[in-house]
Design a protein around this ligand. Structure first.
Ligand code: F6R
Ligand code: ZN
Length: 194
């Protein structure tokens, strides 16, 4: 089957981790209101007039039809809200039967993965690590380092994103700094959040 799209050449800027051409989306703290466990910390930062950029996504092509792949890069900045490290919102793919691949480019990250039935996994991702996200596993990326975390991603173009489930129920695990160490701990508000 030949599609309307011609074969594409895309460049990756190896210092900025930006794909060319691409469109960028910046996610600020205000966009993640309710995603970090410490809602008071979020509120007081926003109230003080600050609204830091938590992460940036650079996507190219963005075809929607079956058969295509979406691809892009994400840069998660270093930092914490309360004791919780900066992270992406996290999502399930709306089309459950779709998968995704991440390739670590720079920095130190953890990927939280969880299934709809409550199974969870946590995988480390740094430069050169390839992470395969199988169908049905929600995923969130956390920057646990002092520098930016950058990774490349590709997934089925018709996968769609379900952020609502994550916003309502949270992830079962949180990645926090306690006693100067990175710790993956249970989320006391998981499933009980309304
Ligand atoms: C796409 C995907 C990544 C994320 C990106 C931002 O399916 O997993 O490209 O979209 O890292 O994270 P979210 O989408 O959770 O805000
Ligand atoms: Zn995804």
């Amino acid at each position: 089957m030949e599609t309307a799209m011609k074969p594409q050449h895309i460049s990756l800027d190896l210092s900025k981790w930006v794909l060319l051409p691409s469109t960028s989306t910046k996610r600020k703290l205000r966009d993640l209101n309710g995603f970090f466990a410490d809602t008071q910390a979020t509120k007081s930062i926003l109230k003080s007039g600050q609204d830091p950029i938590i992460y940036e996504v650079y996507e190219c092509l963005q075809p929607q039809e079956v058969g295509h792949l979406n691809l892009g890069t994400t840069i998660v900045h270093p930092g914490k809200i309360g004791e919780e490290f900066y992270m992406t919102k996290g999502h399930f793919h709306a089309k459950e039967a779709s998968s995704e691949v991440y390739l670590g480019l720079e920095g130190e990250g953890l990927i939280l993965l969880q299934s709809r039935t409550g199974n969870s996994e946590c995988l480390a991702m740094s430069q050169g690590d390839v992470i395969y996200v199988p169908p049905g596993w929600g995923h969130r990326t956390v920057n646990v380092g002092a520098e930016r975390l950058a990774f490349f991603f590709t997934y089925q173009a018709d996968a769609g994103h379900d952020y609502e489930s994550v916003q309502k129920r949270g992830f079962s695990k949180l990645v926090v700094e306690r006693h100067g160490r990175v710790q993956v701990v249970g989320n006391p508000r998981f499933m009980t959040k309304t």
